[in-house]
Ligand binder design. Sequence first.
Ligand code: SF4
Length: 332
Amino acid sequence: MCPAPSTSTPGSPQAPRVLSERVHTLGQDLLRRYGQRVHKLAINAGFTCPNRDGTKGTGGCTFCNNQSFSPNAQEPPSVTAQIAAGRAVLARRTGARRFIAYFQAYTNTYDRIERLRARYDEALLIPDVVGLSIGTRPDCVPEAVLDLLAGYRAQGKEVWLELGLQSADDETLARVNRGHGFAEFQSATRAAQRRGLKVCAHLIVGLPGEGRDAALRSLERVLNLGVEGLKLHPLHVVRHTRLALEWERGDYVPLTLDDYAGICADLIERTPPAVVFHRLTGTASRSILLAPHWCAWKWAVLNRIEAELYRRDTRQGARCAHLEPPCLARTA
Ligand code: SF4
């Protein structure tokens, strides 16, 4: 059952000010299960994207900066080298001694299965790497890849499949040239769940033509599928994208920080407590960010979301009674 909304008043001694006391974050979830800090470590394993090469579409998503798809782009360092460099920084900054190898850049299931296995195995061979988080598109997870990931899970590894859905509205997905619809997300999620894999749905807030209501509809659709994780991200306008042209013409107006924080709070309130938030915002490098300017400042955004939850004196799950039974059952 969802907990009743808190009755404490903002400013009272019992009203939590810390975001992780109002939101079930991945950091807290891992700390509880592993008894120590576990951090995600982002990796670029040198894969590409089928929405660029014609396999799934051409031109890429309208918001995606495609400079990195240049044929002259340098091969990234090995997975081992990236993990060695990243964990040294994270250990110094956070004290973490355990890591999840986060295959983040582009489509990390888009290659021959032998090549995927080699990259994933390379990460898992490092003793302090406890698992994998694999970022990909929902139309790019063949059975063989899911079986491979399920095999790691059977060995006791932490495994997350991160599916970039962005919106559950097919019209919006077509408008931003995603090259897939909600149906692909449904079937990929179900196929992963049949194998016991945890799915994290990636949603973008503020896509062209979308506001609060569309975000709530997308949330409800992914929660009703029983996803275990969520990742929220404001839409960034970055250089060298078709979205940048729309923004320059005045055809796309980004959300304000207050709008974003308010919508995030609405989504958090409507998410069952058992669902893990992997992220509540995302930043873009200032060298390519055009708008909104606040997307360069992760902590300012998180602080605003925290302030909004505090102002409402609310928390994750406070308003999730509308969900269908399979989703609610997971919160018991
Ligand atoms: S956002 Fe992802 S799926 Fe879309 S073009 Fe970029 S890498 Fe490909």
